[in-house]
Design a protein around this ligand. Structure first.
Ligand SMILES: NC(=O)C1=CN([C@@H]2O[C@H](COP(=O)(O)OP(=O)(O)OC[C@H]3O[C@@H](n4cnc5c(N)ncnc54)[C@H](OP(=O)(O)O)[C@@H]3O)[C@@H](O)[C@H]2O)C=CC1
Ligand SMILES: CC(C)(CO)C(=O)C(=O)O
Length: 339
């Protein structure tokens, strides 16, 4: 490996193109692998990446920087996996025959189990769990905007060399290495419990979170999850301005007080929506099984139930089956309360 490790981003959509664009802007050696329609887009349209702090880079990709050939992982020193959870197995199978042994593969996906599901498919690789805390929105074709705060994280591993970590730092997106990724992933999941609520609301995140009735739905799903995590002795880590167990209380505040105390949470791009809303609009399978579904599985393992998260799974299933309706916060709250 030279001083400039080759980073291959597999499944480059919103998160993957954003990371790719930021890394390229820092001079990194990057190849993005994705669908032919994205490859065709970048043949005529530049890749633009911007963020809420004023970063704005645009570049035309050179031949091979975005490819639909999974064989491009053969040259990788590091792989970042950024497909949705439903596509993890397929991605693993496509990468396996090409990767050099020992190359680290970081799953930068939401949910708890993607790295675990990938491991048996990539027995010669070092598979690491990772986490993207911030929102990425494709504003226009080829323009990816990072709308909220937070640092990238991945499991601690000696396979992540100083040159690799330096590349992330130079791009302005430092990768923080963690010893307890289980806690990090469950903490991120507590935030992602808003994804189905946001998707069912049909509203941008900022509008949805500005309404107490939707926040109360989120607080119910989070409290149910926190109780199970406590029972399972899984600790949370602080990913937002306040510790995770305090968030449901914050969510339950009246609108005027929430606006005052939770300014950072509402400092979201006014157009940003959850990735689950995007999936429903695109007619794709959502990640609800890997978010709320994980809470239901945890409850089952503990001999308990998780009725609020189970109900959210069912409502998203209906929406996936074509029953897309915009729920008011009050109607959703009453449904989750079983009224
Ligand atoms: N968007 C966001 O703000 C955030 C997302 N996340 C998480 O990051 C992960 C990625 O999300 P996001 O970037 O939004 O997802 P996207 O759907 O935008 O990107 C994934 C891309 O990978 C492509 N893809 C899927 N399978 C393959 C394959 N086998 N070969 C090549 N390309 C493939 C998809 O194409 P196609 O659609 O045609 O299958 C799609 O273009 C998810 O787990 C998500 O929950 C985390 C934090 C924030
Ligand atoms: C950043 C966040 C929490 C935004 O909803 C997300 O992870 C997602 O949309 O999947």
């Amino acid at each position: 490996m030279t001083d400039s490790p080759r980073i291959v981003i597999f499944g480059a959509g919103s998160v993957g193109c954003y990371l790719g664009g930021r890394l390229l802007a820092a001079g990194a050696n990057v190849v993005m692998v994705g669908r032919p329609k994205m490859e065709a887009l970048f043949a005529s349209t530049p890749l633009r990446v911007s963020d809420y702090l004023g970063v704005d880079h645009e570049r035309s990709l050179t031949s091979g920087q975005y490819t639909s050939d999974p064989g491009a992982v053969a040259e990788a020193d590091l792989v970042l996996l950024t497909v949705k959870s439903a596509a993890t197995e397929e991605a693993g199978q496509q990468m396996a025959p090409h990767l050099k042994p020992g190359v680290p593969v970081i799953s930068l996906q939401n949910g708890i189990s993607n790295a675990e599901r990938l491991e048996p498919l990539l027995p010669d690789q070092v598979v690491l769990a990772g986490m993207v805390p911030f929102n990425v929105l494709q504003k226009t074709p080829g323009h990816f905007h990072h709308g909220t705060e937070g640092q990238l994280m991945a499991a601690h591993s000696n396979t992540l060399t100083p040159a690799m970590l330096d590349t992330f730092a130079r791009s302005g997106l430092p990768l923080t290495l963690q010893h307890n990724m289980t806690s990090v992933l469950w903490s991120k999941l507590l935030l992602n419990l808003n994804n189905p609520i946001n998707a069912l609301s049909g509203k941008p995140l900022r509008d949805e979170l500005s309404q107490r009735s939707y926040r109360l739905c989120l607080a119910m799903a989070q409290r149910e999850t926190l109780q199970l995590l406590n029972k399972a002795r899984i600790r949370t880590v602080k990913l937002a301005a306040v510790p995770m167990p305090v968030i449901p209380m914050l969510m339950s505040l009246p609108d005027w007080l929430f606006r005052r105390l939770a300014q950072a949470m509402l400092a979201i791009d006014p157009l940003a929506r959850s990735s689950m809303w995007e999936d429903l609009q695109a007619g794709r399978r959502t990640e609800v099984d890997w978010i709320n579904g994980e809470v239901v599985h945890l409850a089952e393992r503990l001999g308990r139930s998780a009725p609020v998260n189970q109900q959210l799974v069912s409502l998203i299933r209906d929406a996936e089956a074509g029953k897309i309706e915009s729920w008011t916060g009050q109607a959703l709250l009453e449904t989750l309360k079983g009224k």
